[in-house]
Ligand binder design. Structure first.
Ligand SMILES: Cc1ncc(COP(=O)(O)O)c(C=O)c1O
Length: 424
């Protein structure tokens, strides 16, 4: 007879229930209290002051309804402003009531898009490295993830994120009649790659040829460094009708704790997302949605000026990228400078005598390295293999991911800590 507690085991759709890298590393931060956390992707400084002020105003507003439930698929003022923001960028009028869904972070939109469209046995193509929840969500929906790794085509000291590319033949070989969805992430986390028009066209042509839905995770859409440009795959010919695009207020306004995200696309695709959302969350936090709506309104009123946050943030971040990139290179890492987003991946394998990892019990070398580095150098980073499927983890094992949306003084602290560690 089976153990009675077996009845309450984790449902198989959640796999073995291992901790995600975020749960594991946040727990590590709480335990070892490092001097510098360059792990998870969030700023350690305040967003422009009008943003939190707006939220404070909203919660104390004379309108009592702003602290109550709002429309389930998105607070009216927010969906209207999202339509105003994106319609000119994608060259078509978005219907705010039927073509946009507001969710609990971009996570919520990914969940609604994947659970709302993937059925048992459907194949979903995912580019590696990938934001780790994609795989768990696909499996939870009964789908089968099919992975294709980006690989560096120019391994040299001057390599950048743009040198990490897909192999065209390998890409086409993954498409077939069972392929339901393609998940794209541009600008890319963790590589910082910004997909070019030519690369997107290849993906778009395959999606059209095999009648595949494209979910485009664009949470870092405003963090693109000159001369790169963010191209929305939904704007390519024939792609609007098969694309769901995902954004995040947390990333856009540097308030990741607000957890407001959205998905937009044609009504017939969005309907499935609405069904998942209405039965799971039903409606997301009203005051935060109102504050995001007002913040978008304000940015639209100063659109295309250097002060507009959607433009200012890219400038601010490209300077921080250069600082951290220089520090890492000067201290023995081989970096891949990004063209977008707020992460740098760095190869740590040339750090010489610092690399006795025998004290660390983990299975993968990058987990061993990042844990030892956190304890000894007091800097937290994220192991890159966390962003690969089980069978491809070896592709990530030489790298750690560093987040650079941090106060300038903390980037300087990274240098001080690295130098102290090197001297030990
Ligand atoms: C690529 C990517 N997608 C989605 C998310 C989740 O965004 P949110 O915090 O809005 O749920 C993140 C957060 O780091 C991310 O990096």
């Amino acid at each position: 007879m089976s153990d009675k507690t077996d009845k309450f085991r984790l449902p198989a759709r959640y796999g073995t229930g291992e901790k995600s890298v975020w749960v594991e590393y946040i727990q590590m931060v709480a335990e070892i209290k490092p001097k510098l956390n360059l792990g998870q992707g969030f700023p350690d400084y305040h967003p422009p002051s009008y943003i939190p002020d707006t939220l404070a105003d909203v919660t104390k507003s004379d309108n009592p309804l702003l602290n109550q439930y709002t429309r389930g698929f998105g607070h009216p003022r927010l969906v209207q402003n999202l339509a105003k923001l994106y319609s000119p960028l994608i060259g078509r009028q978005i219907d705010p009531m039927n073509e946009i869904l507001v969710t609990a972070g971009a996570y919520g939109s990914l969940y609604s898009a994947i659970l709302g469209h993937v059925e048992d046995g459907d194949e979903v193509i995912v580019i590696e490295p990938f934001f780790d929840c994609y795989e768990a969500m696909i499996k939870c929906a009964g789908g089968i993830p099919k992975f294709i790794p980006l690989k560096p085509n120019n391994v040299s000291a001057n390599m950048t994120a743009a040198d990490w590319v897909l192999d065209d033949k390998e890409l086409e070989s993954l498409f077939n009649d069972r392929t339901k969805m393609f998940i794209l992430n541009t600008p890319h986390n963790p590589l910082g790659k910004v997909f070019t028009r030519e690369e997107l066209e290849k993906i778009a042509n395959l999606c059209k040829k095999y009648n595949v839905l494209c979910v485009s995770d664009e949470v870092y859409e405003w963090m693109v460094f000159e001369p790169f440009k963010h191209i929305r795959i939904g704007t390519l010919p024939g792609m609007w009708e098969r694309t769901i695009t995902i954004g995040s207020a947390g990333k856009t306004f540097s308030v990741t704790g607000w957890k407001v995200g959205w998905a937009y696309g044609p009504a017939k695709l969005m309907k499935n997302l609405q069904v998942v959302h209405q039965n799971c969350i039903y409606t997301h936090c009203t005051p935060v949605q109102e504050a995001v709506a007002r913040s978008i309104e304000f940015e639209l009123s100063r659109w295309n000026t250097p002060e507009c946050y959607m433009f200012a943030i890219a400038k601010e971040l490209s300077a921080k990228r250069d600082v951290l990139n220089r520090i890492l290179k000067d201290n023995g890492f081989i970096t891949t400078p990004p063209d977008g987003g707020y992460f740098i991946i760095a190869d740590w394998t040339k750090l010489g005598k610092k690399l006795d990892l025998s004290s660390e019990p983990d299975k993968y070398r990058d987990y061993k390295f990042t844990k030892k580095f956190a304890k000894e150098a007091s800097i937290v980073t994220i192991p890159l293999s966390a962003f690969y499927s089980e069978e491809h983890k070896h592709f990530g094992e030489d790298y750690a991911r560093f987040c650079f949306i941090k106060k300038d003084e903390n980037l300087v602290l990274a240098e001080t800590l690295l130098q102290a560690w090197q001297r030990r």
